[in-house]
Design a protein around this ligand. Structure first.
Ligand SMILES: Nc1ncnc2c1ncn2[C@@H]1O[C@H](COP(=O)(O)OP(=O)(O)O)[C@@H](O)[C@H]1O
Ligand SMILES: N[C@@H](CC(=O)OP(=O)(O)O)C(=O)O
Length: 458
């Protein structure tokens, strides 16, 4: 007998109930459970899925889901408040000590909010780390300390610690580790995607440590978390990993459990995860802290996800192209996802997915201008007056025109075209068809055009 089940969002497509060991898999995760009978198993599952989340552990290729004891439900004292929202601050918002101080003031100016704070690396840090890695490949082990970008990163973070009045010890280990890593890269003369992710993770690891230490210093209890230690479990696609469903119960258990015990504001690294098979640090693609924010919002079922940027919300176009761009007050998740997917740098392309699934409003605000209303992104909005919401420019797009008179009145032509893309693993962005032609745009990062031309033999 085959069945399909849902374990806190982890769907089990093929569950064989005819053996004593039940084995099933989903999204590349394999699960197994020993049961005395199918009836007992379904009773256990029923009990564990009602209001008890599941414990998820990830160890080199094995993910175990274990029942959490009922006694582990998180009880807050009457005086204690629940976590209410996520507040994510991008690199532009935490670019310096002065900016971090402003951000701390901003958070504390909402006394009713108990936010999970998600931070990106301080502005420019991720790019400098990548540049340092590239230079390390060919500079020789003894020259690593001459890499300009390494000196910049050290100087920025030490100066920030001094200006915030916190101990440099909070980042000393990371600065030391960073130099060691670059020496390793120099020795190996190669920078793999895996080591690239580990390298850039130092940015978020240090910004969050500095910020949490500052909050504690000013008397506001905070606790720093590395995303890869709290159950943000991803695919092993280094530099562009995707969040796995097992993340939601794991993150919820860790953050809510600690909050109920300590009442310390969580300060979490954006952008980072832990590969489910490799257990190595992964990153969610550039701008991935937005996705961390919406993932945590959904995991904890929070009221709102706030994404604080350096612009007054999502604008009618890229302000770097047209300075008269205006904020868009409302968007739907689908509109925002579409804008992001087609290149509006303001949001990570996949960040709307968890918010949409959890139906949690996302508010895009300006940390430099907190009173501006920003953009609210929800499931639906009044579209009666909507004409054009926002314009996105996507560069370096490859356009493919396929013309054939054999299309006229035929069937299966489009199926053949798309099966070719499927075979080559190429994603198609926009499609326009007529009776005699198809025009497609393809993301050039996803394929090698010469290879494509060789394969297209329709
Ligand atoms: N349609 C748009 N609306 C708002 N900002 C946009 C848009 N298109 C591009 N941008 C750019 O996105 C930037 C904000 O995104 P990002 O740099 O990722 O912010 P952060 O680092 O604070 O998360 C803005 O400074 C702006 O230059
Ligand atoms: N620091 C990472 C992740 C990120 O989301 O940054 P930001 O929020 O500054 O776009 C990057 O630069 O891609």
């Amino acid at each position: 007998m085959a069945a399909s089940m849902q374990f806190y969002g982890v769907k089990t497509p093929e569950l064989a109930l005819n053996s004593k060991r039940i084995e099933f898999s989903s999204k590349g995760l394999n699960f197994s459970a020993l049961v005395s009978s199918a009836r007992v198993f379904s009773r256990n599952v029923d009990r564990s899925c009602k209001n008890i989340a599941l414990r998820v552990t990830c160890e080199a290729g094995r993910v175990e889901l274990l029942e959490r004891k009922a006694s582990e439900t998180f009880k807050l004292n009457k005086t204690e408040k629940k976590l209410t929202c996520v507040m994510k601050f991008g690199g532009s918002s935490v670019a310096s000590a002065e900016r971090m101080i402003q951000v701390a003031k901003l958070i504390l100016s909402f006394p009713d909010e108990k936010p999970v704070v998600v931070l990106s690396a301080m502005a420019k840090t991720t790019n400098k780390l990548l540049m340092a890695g590239e230079k390390a490949v060919c500079c020789g082990v003894t020259n690593v300390d001459t890499i300009e970008e390494l000196s910049y990163i050290k100087e920025l973070h030490i100066r920030t610690a001094h200006e915030l009045g916190v101990e440099t010890a909070v980042i000393a280990e990371h600065l030391e580790g960073l130099e060691q890593l670059l020496k390793g890269v120099a020795m190996m003369k190669e920078l793999t995607l895996r080591s690239r992710d580990y390298l850039v993770s130092f940015g978020e690891c240090m910004s969050t440590r500095l910020f949490a230490a500052y909050l504690n210093k000013i008397g506001h209890k905070a606790r720093q978390y590395d995303a890869f230690e709290i159950g943000i479990i991803t695919t092993d696609d280094f530099t562009n990993a995707d969040i796995l469903e097992a993340t939601y119960p794991a993150v919820s258990k860790k953050l809510l459990g600690d909050w109920s015990k300590e009442n310390a504001l969580p300060v979490v690294t954006g952008f980072l995860g832990k590969g489910w098979r490799s257990c190595a640090v992964t990153t969610l693609g550039r701008g991935g802290s937005d996705l961390t924010a919406t993932t945590i919002g959904k995991a904890l079922g929070l009221r709102e996800i706030q994404v604080w940027k350096d612009v007054d919300g999502v604008l009618t176009c890229d302000p770097n192209i047209y300075c008269g761009a205006q904020p868009v007050p409302h968007l739907t998740f689908d509109e925002a996802a579409e804008l992001a997917y087609f290149g509006a740098q303001v949001l990570h392309p996949l960040s709307m997915r968890p918010a949409r699934e959890g139906n949690i409003p996302v508010r895009v605000k300006n940390s430099y201008n907190p009173t501006a209303p920003g953009t609210v992104i929800t499931r639906s909005r009044d579209m009666s007056k909507a004409v054009l919401t926002s314009i996105v420019l996507k560069r370096n797009v490859t356009m493919l025109d396929i013309t054939s008179t054999r299309m006229l009145g035929q069937y299966g032509f489009l199926a053949k075209v798309f099966s070719t893309f499927e075979k080559l693993g190429i994603s198609v962005d926009v499609v326009a068809t007529s009776e005699v032609s198809i025009s497609l745009t393809l993301d050039p990062s996803k394929f090698c055009s010469r290879e494509l031309i060789q394969h297209v033999s329709l």
